[in-house]
Ligand binder design. Structure first.
Ligand SMILES: Cc1cc2nc3c(=O)[nH]c(=O)nc-3n(C[C@H](O)[C@H](O)[C@H](O)COP(=O)(O)OP(=O)(O)OC[C@H]3O[C@@H](n4cnc5c(N)ncnc54)[C@H](O)[C@@H]3O)c2cc1C
Length: 416
């Protein structure tokens, strides 16, 4: 009988793990609460109506249509029971021989329930669509309120100056300049302010000095109100309290300032590492367990080069997934396991049209070239030729016309 592997999560790590397992060696059950894989790096373009959500979402069943050894179950995993080698989910209990946890992370509000309740976040396709809906509705509300429009409707605030916050605020500034005045000629857009708040001294704090400097220059040139060295203390849905004593009125606050692990209940507390990640050895085996592995954002692996764990980025997730798959083949054949080593190929961010920054291991550059490089690499990473084509057409159309037609307010229940 084939050994059974349960994989929790069809994100970058889970997907690459299964794709790189030799078909037929194991029986694989992939459990995800979503029925699709999400390409998170382009969420901000969905949130700002530049591309459709369908072009960055891929049905898991379609991806594994030709794999007879893979079963997909759409369910939320509630807990693992390592002693009985089972996981409980909203679709019942599943037995396993090996458990691979690839459950990624979720937005970290650092225990502040008010922030969680009142701000928007950007960790799922649903949330990206929600931001799109709320921002577009914001302008409808301004028009409908006439001269009584609340000041908070004129302030869009992004919290967190990492790549997501920088990309999102840059994209908002561009649609404010190029698109919204055409759609809403009755609104005085000189009143609309895009704010970016960052607690550290710079934006893109984990990137090169060139990246920090260029991103700040680009944001300012787009009119983004950038404040660094400022933390958000609280937000009640109308007013933000900042650490410097300032208050900022806003009805639209988007929180991109942190990530915490999607922990699965049932494992010993001792394996929980900083950031609610699972402590793993160099082969991604969860410490203290023989047959449980964690890969991607949820895994915390200390190495001489990365004593505080790896950055939570797609490259690490993809390569940990691939390495673990190869190790499962080695285990199957009785071979020696290979330790994971992160090869940092660089990082990048874009602030808007012709404005991007690329840090490669030996060189950093910015401007046009970096922007083309950014687009090319993201297109290459997108699954399916059809989606690559649709995104390319959308980008080309937006570039030429500065006017996409994706600004739809789509709600499941329009009364909410
Ligand atoms: C907005 C945004 C932009 C980003 N931009 C970049 C970028 O430009 N470059 C880069 O390298 N990285 C970027 N990242 C980070 C990158 O997306 C992550 O590092 C990567 O997705 C991690 O992959 P993963 O497989 O570990 O987790 P994920 O991709 O998050 O997948 C986890 C999966 O597990 C499922 N899941 C979780 N809990 C359960 C449960 N209990 N039961 C069932 N299913 C569950 C989820 O539904 C999800 O499908 C970005 C992230 C975000 C949010």
């Amino acid at each position: 009988m084939k050994k059974k592997i349960i994989v929790i999560g069809g994100g970058f790590a889970g997907l690459q793990f299964i794709k790189n397992l030799k078909p037929g060696m194991f029986e694989v059950v992939l459990i995800d609460r979503l029925n699709h894989h999400q390409f998170q790096p382009l969420f901000y373009q969905v949130a700002t109506s530049q591309i459709e959500p369908t072009s960055i979402s891929f049905p898991l069943r379609k991806i594994f249509q030709d794999r007879k050894d893979v079963t997909v179950r759409m369910a939320e995993v509630l807990a693992a029971d390592p002693q009985n080698m089972t996981v409980t989910s909203t679709a019942g209990t599943f037995e396993y021989d090996y458990l691979v946890i690839a459950s990624g992370g979720k937005t970290n509000y650092y225990g502040n329930n008010e922030l969680e309740k009142h701000t928007l976040s950007l960790k799922t396709t649903y949330e990206a669509i929600k931001i799109r809906n709320e921002i577009l509705e914001n302008f409808e509300n301004i028009l409908n309120s006439g001269s009584n429009a609340d000041e908070g409707l004129f302030n869009i605030v992004v919290v967190g100056g990492g790549p997501t916050g920088v990309e999102l605020s840059g994209a908002f500034a561009e649609i404010k300049r190029d698109i919204l005045p055409k759609d809403f000629p009755g609104i005085d857009f000189s009143r609309l302010k895009i704010h970016l708040l960052e607690g550290g001294d710079h934006t893109l704090n984990t990137m090169s000095d060139l990246a920090k400097r260029s991103s700040e220059k680009y944001l300012k040139s787009l009119g983004v109100q950038l404040r660094t060295g400022v933390f958000v203390r609280n937000y009640d849905g109308s007013i933000l309290q900042l650490s410097n004593g300032e208050h900022l009125e806003s009805k639209n606050v988007i929180w991109t300032a942190g990530i915490t692990g999607n922990l699965i209940n049932g494992l010993s507390q001792e394996v929980t590492a900083p950031g609610k990640r699972l402590r793993v050895d160099r082969t991604n085996r969860v410490e203290g367990y023989e047959n449980i592995y964690a890969i991607g954002d949820i895994a915390y692996m200390e190495t001489p080069k990365y004593p505080k764990g790896h950055p939570q980025v797609a490259n690490v997730a993809i390569n940990q997934g691939k390495n673990l798959a190869r190790n499962f083949t080695r285990m199957f054949k009785g071979g020696k396991l290979t330790e994971y080593e992160y090869r940092d190929l660089g990082s990048m961010a874009t602030v808007g049209r012709n404005k991007a920054i690329v840090d490669l291991p030996l060189v950093s550059f910015h401007g046009y070239l970096a922007w083309y490089f950014w687009m090319f690499l993201h297109l290459m990473l997108i699954l399916s030729v059809r989606n690559k084509l649709i995104i390319f057409i959308n980008w080309a159309w937006n570039y030429i016309t500065k006017n996409s037609s994706l600004r739809l307010i789509l709600k499941i229940d329009p009364d909410k």
